[in-house]
Ligand binder design. Sequence first.
Ligand SMILES: [Zn+2]
Length: 123
Amino acid sequence: MHEFSFAYNIFKVAEATAIKHNAKKITEVHLEIGELTLIVPELLKRSFEMATSGSIAEGAELIIEQLPGTIKCRDCGKSSSVTLSEEAHLTGLQLFQCKHCQSKNTEIIDGKKANIKNIKIQE
Ligand SMILES: [Zn+2]
């Protein structure tokens, strides 16, 4: 389960930050997730609840901000923003077409990253 291991990693980072600041509780975790990571926000929220149950992050609100994907065309050199199709969600295959020249000779330059933007703690 992709989302659960990811949620667990977020929790470990948040926990380490809280311990470093002698916090008693984590109240909010703000995440940025690229559209092309294939992470489903609803599943991630549920996984985060499970991963933090009984910990100092129990009940913390997970705020997820999704960032659009960007591809660059190897033929015309222009960038396009893309979203995942249903098909890509099902197959995990990510092939994107340039919006300027319709070429499929493209590479993903953004949208595959996920990072913690901000953590709110209570001291
Ligand atoms: Zn192109």
